[in-house]
Design a binder for this molecule. Structure first.
Ligand code: ADP
Length: 427
């Protein structure tokens, strides 16, 4: 080891170096924090970046100039000067910034007033004098996306450290800007999609309501004609009625589409005896099956047990299951509707059991997916939109309940279960 004393100047240089590196690290951390926020704000990012660039290089101001694909031009994206009117201004490609961008090289200018590339348009508009300038290209993933410039160093000349610091900063910044731009583009696309989705939902809601009125009139007249003594007339009217009922099922499903994403907060829940829900369900069942000849059985126990539910929504869910049981069970077959307290889980358990076409084991979960139907829609015999069960599931889940299907397979009928927490535990 050498005994030579370490020069004070060398220690000071090292200390300055460490300080500089610490500052760069700090900048890196801040850039990451800004980017990690779900609402990545590109203006905040650029603002921070330019202040850091100006401080690190002891300069008067800084600017970020970005290449805009849509305009095919270099445009001022941010600047530390107060001149907000500069944002969006196009910078010519034969300017100093343009040269940095095209050549992808650092450019250092000690006296801008004598540099023919200096673009005076900006200085003139803002009574700002650019004396000296240091600029580096912003390169993200091998692609130049713009230029980072610092202007008017307090005490010239520009140093190697200035170039190094600005280059390190530009490397970090380019990636941060690119990510920020991507996030902004995504947010914009998301907002546009949400708007389109709202439009679609409004259209469906209005159109389906409008369809209901004339259909109601058709059904009214058809039922009137069904009573006719002339058998051929009443028979044909029954056919009209059957198709009209099918149409109504589709329209009702369209009206209910908005409940696909049912939220717990939008429910109007109150404690209701299980018996009352079962009575409503019985009433609805009789209305649906009156024109057909299913054998119906109702089993109701523990009718006083109270559940904490939105009566209208829950009935909509149960009716969707019930309509399926009627649709997928041939006339003459039996449908059993049961409501009772589950002895083990202490939940209210409602089940709708049919003796219809049944469901294969591997389909038992899939049928709850939006727009999923077991039968291919090209060869469908039963109609429907494939959303009844997804809506039922959304409503039951919003009640913190469970819904599932069981079946012994094709031709062996199916049973749908809805388990709901009791009022005391749900309130
Ligand atoms: P949709 O009945 O309008 O097609 P759903 O979401 O209500 O839509 O049901 C999805 C699919 O699940 C139905 O297309 C049908 O294939 C099957 N399914 C539902 N309920 C039953 C049932 N009780 N018996 C047999 N299959 C059923």
């Amino acid at each position: 080891m050498s005994d030579a004393p370490i020069e004070i100047g060398y220690i000071q240089q090292l200390e300055a170096e460490v300080k500089n590196l610490k500052r760069l690290l700090e900048i890196n951390n801040v850039l990451n924090t800004i980017l990690l926020k779900p609402t990545a704000n590109i203006d905040a990012l650029l603002g921070y970046l330019m202040n850091a660039a100006a401080t690190l290089t002891s300069s008067q101001s800084a600017s970020v100039i970005l290449w805009r694909e849509d305009l095919d031009a270099l445009v001022i994206a941010a600047t530390t000067t107060d001149a907000t009117n500069l944002i969006g201004r196009v910078v010519p490609l034969d300017s100093i910034a343009g040269t940095i961008f095209k050549d992808q090289k650092v450019v250092q200018v000690d006296d801008a007033t004598t540099d023919p590339r200096h673009y005076e348009g900006i200085d003139q508009t803002n009574k700002f004098v650019t004396r000296s300038l240091l600029g580096v290209p912003l390169i993200a993933r091998d692609k130049v996306i713009g230029v980072l410039e610092v202007i008017n160093k307090h005490t010239l000349p520009w140093t190697i450290e200035d170039i190094r610091n600005l280059s390190v900063l530009a490397g970090e910044a380019a990636i941060a800007i690119e990510v920020g731009q991507l996030v902004m583009a995504l947010q914009k696309a998301n907002a546009e999609l949400a708007e389109l989705d709202n439009l679609k939902n409004d259209f469906i809601a209005i159109a389906s309501h409008e369809l209901r009125t004339p259909l109601g009139i058709i059904m009214g007249y058809a039922s009137f004609l069904q009573e006719e003594d002339d058998e051929s007339v009443s028979e044909q009217a029954s056919k009209v009625m059957e198709s009209a009922m099918q149409l109504r099922r589709i329209i009702d499903a369209m009206i209910n589409l908005r409940y696909l994403k049912q939220k717990t907060e939008s429910l109007q829940r109150e404690p209701i005896p299980l018996g009352a829900i079962m009575d409503d369900l019985k009433h609805d069942t009789l209305a649906v099956t009156s024109s057909r000849t299913h054998q119906l059985e109702f089993v109701m126990d523990d009718v006083e047990t109270r559940i904490f539910v939105d009566r209208t929504r829950l009935l909509m869910a149960l009716n969707n299951i019930l309509n399926n049981a009627v649709t997928y069970t041939p006339a003459g077959n039996k449908i059993t509707i049961t409501g009772r307290l589950h002895p083990e889980t202490n939940e209210a358990l409602i089940s709708i059991q049919d003796t219809g076409i049944g469901i294969e084991t591997d389909q038992l979960e899939r049928i709850f997916k939006e727009f999923y139907q077991v039968e291919d829609h090209m060869v469908r015999r039963y109609g429907g939109l494939g959303i009844g069960l997804s809506i039922a599931q959304a409503v039951v889940h919003a009640h913190h309940g469970k819904i599932w299907a069981e079946s012994d397979g094709l031709g062996k009928g199916a049973t749908f279960f809805v388990a709901l927490p009791l009022a005391e535990s749900g309130e």
